[in-house]
Ligand binder design. Structure first.
Ligand SMILES: Nc1ncnc2c1ncn2[C@@H]1O[C@H](COP(=O)(O)OP(=O)(O)OP(=O)(O)O)[C@@H](O)[C@H]1O
Ligand SMILES: [Mg+2]
Length: 265
């Protein structure tokens, strides 16, 4: 039986609606597929950035380690080996037969002066590597000594307040805090030409807050072309080792402020 006009129209409408639904579904599937692909792509890019950043940090740690070794080797060579060489020569001279009493006294005096200087230099090198006061009396005493060293130079006045009781069993971790402060103070003096620095450490439960402020010339924190050194990268690695976080705020001419959070438990 042939279909009536009415039925043909209904059938056409059903087909049209079905096609419309199908195309909407297709568009939606395509849309989800491409947006998902975009998200995955973004995720991959983010991971790649993180991996590159980690590589950069590791690289800076290795470069610093090598630079430090080179510096120690140079210090040992220039300040100790060269002096001991002269001491060895002088000692040899002492055993020559035709030497006068006056010459002997002079040589002995030089040997005594040179060994004294070599001793003093070896103490300084050891102190630079790890301040004995930190090793013996902990972070608080170490920072106080560091602050005193800067304050006696009179170019920069550093105030330090600390209400945290450090656990000396954690000295290997606390050494990172000490090294961070060393770097910050050196930067404030060298780059910031600061005259005032404030260091405040407080504790809330197992969280330690460290606030560091200088009144120097500041710098554009987000201008990466200015971050040529290793100091700030090393600070970042050390904060990472301490499972901490930090923010730095600064603008040209307006000093620098760092806020660190560590959990040293
Ligand atoms: N307190 C500060 N005041 C002004 N500028 C600063 C300060 N700290 C850092 N900067 C700027 O940031 C740059 C990067 O500092 P960073 O410590 O990483 O490297 P550096 O001190 O130049 O070299 P390095 O630490 O390797 O000896 C500095 O060169 C300087 O321009
Ligand atoms: Mg530096």
């Amino acid at each position: 039986m042939p279909l009536g006009n009415e039925e043909i129209k209904i059938a056409q409408t059903i087909i049209a609606v079905a096609l419309a639904f199908l195309s909407i579904a297709l568009v939606m599937i395509l849309f989800f597929y491409f947006s998902r692909k975009k998200i995955v792509q973004k995720e991959i890019e983010k991971r790649e950035l993180e991996v590159n950043h980690q590589k950069e940090l590791l690289h800076s740690v290795l470069v610093t380690q090598e630079a430090e070794r080179k510096r120690i080797a140079q210090d040992l060579h220039d300040d100790i080996s060269s002096k001991l060489n002269v001491v060895a020569l002088h000692t040899h001279l002492l055993s020559t037969p035709d030497i006068t009493d006056l010459e002997r006294t002079e040589i002995m005096q030089q040997i005594s002066d040179l060994t004294g200087k070599a001793l003093e230099n070896s103490r300084r090198i050891a102190h630079d590597l790890l301040p004995p006061v930190f090793e013996r009396f902990g972070l608080h005493a170490g920072i106080e000594e560091l602050v005193l060293e800067f304050n006696t130079s009179k170019t920069m006045q550093v105030t330090y307040t600390n209400s945290v009781k450090f656990d000396e069993a954690k000295n290997d971790k606390l050494l990172h805090v000490f090294r961070i402060l060393q770097e910050l103070l050196n930067n404030s003096l060298r780059h910031g030409k600061a005259t005032q620095v404030q260091i405040i450490m407080t504790q809330q439960n197992d969280q330690i807050q460290l606030q560091y402020t200088d009144n120097g010339i500041g710098f554009e924190v987000h201008d990466s072309s200015k971050h040529r050194g290793l100091g700030l990268k090393n600070i970042e690695s050390r904060v990472g080792i301490l499972n901490g976080t930090f923010q730095v705020e600064s603008q040209s001419g307006q000093g620098v402020q760092y806020n660190f959070n560590f959990s040293i438990v």
